[in-house]
Ligand binder design. Sequence first.
Ligand SMILES: [Zn+2]
Length: 107
Amino acid sequence: MLTLTCPYCGVTVEETELYPGGEAHLKRFGPGSTDAEFESYMFARKNPKGVHFERWRHAYGCGKWFLAARDTVTWEVFGTYSAQTPEPPAALVATIKQKRPGWEGWK
Ligand SMILES: [Zn+2]
């Protein structure tokens, strides 16, 4: 079972206490964007075999949204952090690169 640590209340919980929110760090496109950019924002999502950044809500706890980096194959969790973080923390990216040398990055 997937377990994540909420960065706000510090509690490590099973995924049954969480609500999934899909891919993290989506770039929003609004008025003035092209149809292709808006379509990409609305419908295109990554589905990697390996490192993935996701949104989760501590639904049966503090109720706050947070972000998590994990491996979709091994379910190894690299870390969790605030949802107000526009990019993954540099220390977390360094940790992932150390554990997954062939990883191409989060973008
Ligand atoms: Zn929490």
